[in-house]
Design a protein. Sequence first.
Length: 135
Amino acid sequence: FPSHDNGVISSVNAYYRMAWFTANDTALKKKWRRPTVTVASTSLSTLNVEVYYDFNEATPNRVLTLPIAPAVGTYMSWGDVWGSLWASNDPVYEFDRLSSLGRSNAVQLKFQVTGHTGRWWVDSIAVPFFEKAYR
């Protein structure tokens, strides 16, 4: 989101924080696998993902990064090359798996793109997990 302050364009510190994900059982510890994320941006940027455990939002337990960049020289579905006149105005999508999220009873992800003055958004998040047995 751009901010125009006295003619100077700067980025707004925006983020998206998802709800706590517990897999319908807050007492059971889970091994959170590698989430698949679909993210888009109007230009090249880096997505920063902060991972929080067990309803503690004070400090992130992990910080992951995902570069948002098109594959150079790849073709759009209608035949244009990335960076051509028509394709350069389209959003850049990135589909990728992040690193493992670790073990906890609940997990929350906070998405943020820093130093970027254009639009960005998260389209989808899939978080697989394994349940640990009760002892």
